[in-house]
Design a protein around this ligand. Structure first.
Ligand code: FAD
Length: 480
């Protein structure tokens, strides 16, 4: 760390996943930071603590596989760049098959403590209620999907863009001691042991065909919460569809989605495969709370309790938290932001995290990592090398800046137009890579094998390009 005690501070607004990482990255480059977090003085619909980097729903950072999964590549890139969020996640990981799940309390407490102890970071607990005055000449706004209404209104008024909004839905959490383990069993899909896992990290609740059909009927008949006026015309994000919306798309949709039975064998029935399976993932270090995987919902609480207790093994389930609705606020980033996440019309303001239209904890933190580095370089009057689009960070940045077809940008045919939607990292965002038709030892590659090879090559290219970029960037930031 190069101490820049005399340079003016960067203001980071919002101490969530993105803001914490942004503050950390810029401070590690030697720039003083003032981090403004409104909790506990003001709250959001989803946060329940005053910790920085609180995980508001699932405790999963998703796949940790850096060879076959794009979010695993993003994890690895973040680790290489000295990410605080990844360091805390690795320290507080829980068994979860191939996924990186964390003990949410331990994770957030660690981020809060390390930010609080950083000599260049000053944490101020107050809400920023409007666009900051010009004496804040470098600002990172990382206020997330639940940006406070007054700041949201100020941003909307300035940009002239209506912030888009849509629903995500929270999955229910069940007390372990209320699950009937004489019906359910512990097993990861295909017994796969992920980081810190045993191969038996999920609780599986089996259904036969008749039970599944009754369950789908119950979901479809369940009473849902009303749409508010402002919510009526907002579309769902496809990666986070409520379970009852999935059910309404076809009777088999759930069996091919969150309730797929493959790779799971019921030991209570001599290893038989079930017709459908509901999976629960450990939610806290003690193992007392379990999260219903993929069961985000907007069913009313009464309907949730009734319908979810019809799942074999959950007949007597007690819920620590039921599912619910939440809003999501994000900018039309491809139109509004430049390639280093600055607002084109007011470049002293940068945006980071979910408000830019990335989706997910990891993506939000990765976006914060970039914003922190970009802002630090700017403050130190240094120029970072261009971010390779072949890296996971580069692919994400391209999605929210110039890589996506937005409302006003015709596609390649000049005819259809697509609107900007938040996106999890995925290999579809990476530039294509030539994939050989056979392996080095002469084995022909086709179908899924070729797809796996393509992902592996993209992942290897990403990590190699990222490590070069980090080395050059560190050189630049250390140059002052
Ligand atoms: C209810 C809900 C459930 C979600 N579930 C998941 C999930 O299961 N998995 C997943 O990967 N992603 C999930 N997401 C999406 C997203 O990944 C998370 O919201 C993530 O926390 C976004 O990170 P962020 O840093 O952009 O925002 P946040 O982590 O929300 O951080 C924003 C911070 O800014 C503060 N703030 C807001 N306005 C102001 C202001 N005016 N002044 C000062 N501080 C302010 C807030 O208090 C908060 O601490 C969910 C989102 C929501 C809303």
């Amino acid at each position: 760390m190069t101490q820049q005690l005399t340079c003016a501070p960067i203001h980071v607004v919002g101490g969530g996943l993105a803001g914490s990482e942004a503050a950390w990255q810029a401070a590690q480059a030697g720039v003083p930071i003032i981090l403004h977090e409104m909790r506990p003085n003001a709250g959001t619909e989803a946060h329940t603590s005053e910790d920085l980097a609180e995980l508001v729903c699932s405790n999963s950072f998703r796949s940790d596989d850096a060879e076959a999964n794009a979010v695993g590549v993003l994890h690895e890139e973040m680790r290489q760049a000295g990410s605080l969020i990844m360091a805390a996640a690795d320290r507080h990981k829980l068994p979860a098959g191939g996924a990186l799940a964390v003990d949410r309390g331990g994770f957030a407490a660690e981020v809060t403590a390390r930010i609080g102890a950083h000599p260049l970071i000053d944490v101020v607990r107050s809400e920023v209620t409007g666009l900051p005055d010009s004496d804040w000449d470098s600002v990172i706004i990382a206020t997330g999907p639940l940006t406070s209404p007054s700041l949201g209104a100020a941003i909307g008024a300035h940009t002239g863009e209506d912030a888009l909004a849509f629903f995500d839905a929270i999955a229910p959490i069940v007390h372990f001691d209320t699950i009937d383990m004489s019906v359910a069993w512990k097993q990861s899909r295909y017994d796969k042991a992920g980081p810190g896992g045993t191969g038996a990290d999920y609780i599986n609740c089996p259904m036969n065909k008749a039970q599944y059909e009754r369950f789908v009927d119950a979901l479809l008949e369940g009473e849902t919460t009303e749409f508010k006026d402002w919510e009526r015309s907002t579309p769902y994000f496809d990666g986070c569809l409520p379970i009852e919306v999935m059910a309404s798309r076809g009777r088999e949709t759930l069996r091919f989605g969150p309730m797929k039975p493959v790779g799971l064998w019921n030991p209570h029935l001599g290893g038989a495969r079930a017709y459908a399976v509901v999976q629960l993932r450990q939610d806290n270090a003690l193992g007392t709370l379990w999260n219903m995987v993929g069961f985000q919902t907007k069913l009313r609480h009464g309907a949730q309790t009734r319908v979810f207790r019809s799942i074999p093994g959950l007949e007597n389930a007690e819920f620590a938290r039921l599912g619910g609705l939440h809003r999501n606020t994000f900018l039309n980033a491809p139109k509004l932001l430049d390639g280093s996440l600055r607002l084109k019309t007011m470049p002293r303001l940068r945006f980071a995290g979910q408000i830019t239209g990335v989706e997910g904890y990891v993506e939000s933190a990765a976006c914060g990592l970039l914003a922190g580095q970009f802002a630090a370089a700017e403050r130190l009057a240094q120029t970072l090398p261009p971010l390779p689009p072949t890296t996971a960070h580069g692919a994400l940045l391209a999605h929210i800046t110039d890589g996506h077809l937005s409302d006003d940008t015709p596609d390649a045919t000049g005819s259809s137009q697509r609107s900007f939607q938040p996106m999890n990292i995925n290999f579809g965002l990476f530039p294509p890579i030539p994939t050989p038709d056979q392996t080095e030892d002469g084995r022909r590659l086709k179908g899924k094998d070729k797809g796996r090879m393509r992902k592996l090559l993209m992942a290897q290219r990403a990590l190699a390009d990222w490590s070069r970029w980090c080395a050059e960037g560190q050189h630049v930031l250390a140059a002052e």
